[in-house]
Design a protein around this ligand. Sequence first.
Ligand code: ATP
Ligand code: MG
Length: 658
Amino acid sequence: MAADTPGRDPVETQETLSNLLQETRKFAPPAELAESANVTAAAYEEAAADRLAFWERAAERLTWDRRWDTTLEWNPPFAKWFVGGKLNVAYNCVDRHVEAGNGDKVAYYWEGEPEGDSRTLTYADLKREVSKAANALQELGVAKGDRVAIYMPMIPELPIALLACARIGAIHSVVFGGFSASALSGRILDADAKVVITADGGFRRGAPSALKPTVDEALKECPDVTSVLVVRRTGQEIDFNDRDVWWHDLVDRQSEEHEPVPHDAEDPLYILYTSGTTGRPKGILHTTGGYLTQTAWTHHAVFDLKPETDIYWCTADIGWVTGHSYIVYGPLANGATSVIYEGTPDTPHKGRFWEVVQKYKVTILYTAPTAIRTFMKWGDDIPAKFDMSSLRVLGSVGEPINPEAYVWYREHIGGSRCPVVDTWWQTETGAIMISPLPGVTAGKPGAAMRPLPGITADVVDDQAQSVPNGGGGFLVVRDPWPAMLRTIWGDDQRYIDTYWSRFDGMYFPGDGSKRDEDGDLWLLGRVDDVMLVSGHNISTTEVESALVSHPKVAEAAVVGATDPVTGQAIVAFTILRGSAEESADIAAELRNHVAKTLGPIAKPRQILVVPELPKTRSGKIMRRLLRDVAENRSLGDVTTLTDDSVMNLIATKLPSAK
Ligand code: ATP
Ligand code: MG
């Protein structure tokens, strides 16, 4: 396991993960989609026959200033892709579409949280704005290789700032706008950023929420930051000091021309710190050529993106890797038209997402299980009020999707006609690695299915042997892939220890997985979260999915708590659906339901009905804290929680459950 996630590694004592959940539903791709799909089953064969040639063809979808000499240089665990090649990422994402006559095509429909507040940016607009911002950064003294920290709301200036850095070869480090001053200063210091780009604030949950004061606070610790570039978004009163400069003062007066110089395929593009679900954040380093190749190809293949007709919407924040790869780089490299939404799904009403889908006639929607389970909790009647007949492909990312949430998403959002692609990947992998292809794969609810063409993922036991069909164990990747992280910023040793030391010569992402009888892959959550009950390794995902399959349950989190009899016992925290009543016998009902679905071994010792679950700022359940609660310990680090009052709410529920 990761060197810096101390303590637990129960799977090590066992060969495999128990395989409890039986799911037989299967959904074939719609005939029309299959006939016109961007990528067919042949891609798997082509990639299997010659993996490097496959990635070369994917790289040829980009515009290179100089073709590479060597496709892959592999000095394990350090990879270089497209060595000797030169390209400009911003040119690929912006200028080349304008030069091809698509300047009037919309790149982004931006929808602010306050209703009626929207902007449209064509590719020509984007070229102008990115050029001006690139000139502005150069005026501030930013040069190739310098780091620029970005701490912004979801406004158009955010992707513009990323692309301006990429254009001049500066390395951006985006810090999600919800992080605290200390999280921000820690990341600025680790990357040694010279300039910070921010805004006075952004709109969240119906009110302006300030960002600049957090930057001011953070910068007390960061003497090396020379300039702060501030976008005026909310008009809030903010402090301004010597190093601060308004975006509208500096950027607006710049020339609209900026010559994009070619960068090396292995020049750094960005650093992104992982969300911190499991420990001290790691500065994941991505480079240009391989990263853009794989983000663009996967966006084309997994979403079947047709740039002429599709309206694509990824609801992630650009502060996470999903936003980097699938709001900014992949879609723009493909010349897509995307929607960006600034706010939360419940503002000003719980149908806001569906209103956005209806307004822009969104055809491809990419969101997270946490959001889907929230929509389930709010009730089916909300999406039913909107016309979502434009949708044709649905995607999921971030956590395992429970089969019931998948089926709900398919039915209530996708009108039972859209394939759901469950995409497994990480900040570290840079791009999607395991996913169905919407025109090829008959999807199973809850399964990420197969490694994409060109990706050699496998499931192994603790002796690094491939498990047979029907077995479970550790997910690994056997060969380097173009968008892989190159290292942890400034810490090669931590890169080696964290990802390449558990299994010799293989990348270990830290996730458990099983391979079903058909050979399809199911992701079973983090290996650190696996429970060891009476000698069986049981995945939290499977028990949570069993709970969510009960009609009264919207969301569940389970943990293993020390137990004198069974080693660990399962403790479940559940949120009920909007319409379900909490009754005295609900715990018994749910325990029996799990026993019936998965077998008696998985029956929770305790079930607690709670109003909320602790989540990271990227929306993932933080089981570590629930384990502290279940074992009556004082809580560990809560700084990455969205809302730490949640833990108090949960604590008040405890005695009644015993
Ligand atoms: P940290 O590494 O700091 O703890 P994090 O792992 O939450 O944070 P990300 O890189 O955003 O940060 O998330 C990647 C992880 O999310 C994967 O390792 C996996 O555990 C989970 N994940 C993402 N997509 C899926 C999916 N489709 N199915 C199952 N799990 C997924
Ligand atoms: Mg991780």
